[in-house]
Design a protein around this ligand. Structure first.
Ligand code: 6LW
Length: 504
């Protein structure tokens, strides 16, 4: 059975390419920077991040995009020694092509595909080397509110200039479910296969397939559509869709896709947002694609990520919100520490000084030690977006826990010695039902502070459902992080532990 989740946590809209014996996978990152992580694997099971497509100013307009905007749904492909990523910088630069000779980077500045308004671009070449960009006709250009979906469209493009060489043609747009999107084109035998998502990225999500003799169609709908969907089931992995097909190391086929793990009796709340999953696929005797249901099969045991900030630069795991971590965080200033410099922005703002690490497990803990050697204000937070965050913060001799949800906030405080380190903690635990409707939430978030004499102050237990995909309704997932609002804050010994499986 395949390991699922394949890549846990906020890693939506996966796209994968096989180059020889190597696999490369990319995801959406929206307003977070660096953007579009690139993962490598040789077995399609274990993945290691090797870089980011977006690693410097100017590649995306992410410093100014609204929440929901930024890097949407990249496709990664390879041809003649060049790696390509096509993506929409939603409400930013528009549809872009990035190239690199090494998928670890550096990637190019990105060329705009001129005048094409759409999301989820795919890239495929015919035998004459003509490049087809197939996309979903939803205009998310800066300043335009998204309008009606215009279905699956296609243009031919000069990839060296971004010039569009043909008018958009309408391809097959699914079986009639909402939001036909995430198209990918593949040639196999005499046919071109068009695999799309339909039903919307929520519980109705699914994958459908059509085929034709030419990359521009006409396409004939497959007999078993949707070939994959968890809609109207109680499977632990829901929202499955937005898939990319890939050949497995043993010559079989698999689809890598996004899905969610909603918890609770009613499967209502998904703390980690949209994650990456995989399932086996196969070709039938009459040349149609079939896929297995997506089953939960987590990696066993406890996962640990710890960072004692000994290196001169931060690891690839760390991300910022609309800013690069290097603009406010330094791990070289003081050995064994990361120093965050606040600029007056708080977690309510669009560009906080927040050094983020994705929550990847439904049962998880995060902690960090704040040294008393600097006088700034900051702490440990979990955020979904600027309207949904819980944090525990040190300011002099006072620790404050805060829950901010949609403009409503509550705070709890405790005094601690101001001249010794404080360990701040966030624990994501199963709800016991105590004080809450039993089993209806996602989890409880416990905010704590522990002083050097070992006294642990539990400041608050907050309902986790308000930091979930369904409540926050932004496209990301929970991100845990260190932050500073004012002055310098010295952090050491960040530790994240998690267990797969369901919280309730
Ligand atoms: C993605 C699209 C989608 O581009 O959400 O609803 C967008 N579906 O496929 C962002 O992930």
């Amino acid at each position: 059975m395949r390991t699922n989740p394949l890549i846990a946590g906020f890693y939506p809209d996966p796209s994968v390419v096989k180059v020889g014996a190597d696999y490369y996978l990319v995801n959406s990152t929206f307003e977070y920077l660096p953007g579009i992580p690139v993962f490598h694997s040789r077995d399609l099971v274990d993945w290691k991040q090797i870089g980011h497509v977006v690693s410097r100013e100017g590649q995306l307009a992410s410093h100014s995009v609204p929440t929901l905007g930024g890097a949407w749904a990249p496709t990664i492909r390879h041809r003649d020694g060049v790696f390509y990523v096509v993506v929409t910088d939603a409400m930013g630069r528009g549809m872009l092509v990035f190239t690199a000779s090494d998928p670890a980077g550096p990637w190019s500045d990105g060329i705009v595909i001129d005048g094409v308004h759409g999301i989820d671009p795919d890239l495929a070449w015919d035998s004459d080397g003509r490049a087809y960009v197939t996309y979903s006709g939803l205009d998310v250009t800066s300043g335009n509110p998204p309008g009606e979906h215009a279905g699956i469209l296609q243009v031919t493009v000069d990839l060296s200039t971004g010039a569009v060489l043909s008018s958009p043609v309408s391809l097959w747009s699914g079986t009639g479910l909402k939001f036909p999107e995430a198209p990918h084109l593949y040639m196999r035998g005499e046919y071109w296969y068009l695999v799309i998502a339909e039903g919307g990225t929520e519980r109705g999500h699914g994958i459908s397939v059509a085929r034709g003799l030419h990359p521009a169609g006409p396409f004939e709908s497959g007999p078993g559509n949707p070939i994959l969907s968890a809609r109207s089931t109680a499977r632990p992995i829901q929202n499955t869709g937005h898939g990319d097909l890939v050949e497995t190391p043993d010559g079989g086929w698999a689809i890598v896709m996004l899905g969610m793990r909603p918890t609770g009796m009613t499967q209502a709340f998904s703390a980690m947002g949209r994650e990456t999953f995989i399932t086996d696929a196969r070709w039938t005797d009459d040349g149609w694609l079939e896929a297995d249901p997506v089953l939960l099969n987590p990696r066993p045991g406890e996962f640990v990520f710890s960072d004692s900030f000994e290196g001169s630069s931060l690891g690839l795991e760390w991300i910022g919100v609309r800013r690069y971590p290097s603009s406010f965080a330094s791990s070289s200033a003081l050995p064994g520490h990361v120093v965050l410099t606040g600029d007056g922005s708080t977690l309510d703002d669009l560009r906080p000084a927040f050094l983020g690490y994705r929550q990847q497990h439904p049962v998880a803990s995060a902690s960090v030690v704040v040294d008393p050697g600097a006088s700034g204000v900051g702490g440990l937070a979990v955020r979904y977006d600027e309207l949904h965050h819980y944090e525990v913060e040190v300011s002099g001799g006072v620790v404050t826990a805060r829950a901010a949800v949609a403009g409503i906030r509550q705070e709890w405080s405790v005094d601690v010695p101001s001249d010794s380190p404080v360990t701040l903690g966030l624990d994501f635990v199963a709800s016991t039902g105590e004080g809450f409707l039993p089993n209806l939430t996602s989890d409880l978030v416990v905010l704590s502070a522990t002083t050097t004499d070992g006294s642990r102050h539990e400041l608050a237990r907050v309902d986790g459902r308000y930091l979930s995909q369904e409540t926050a309704a932004s496209f990301t997932g929970r991100v845990i992080g260190l932050y500073a609002t004012r002055g310098e804050v010295l952090f050491t010994a960040f530790r994240y532990t998690g267990r797969e499986g369901v919280a309730l």
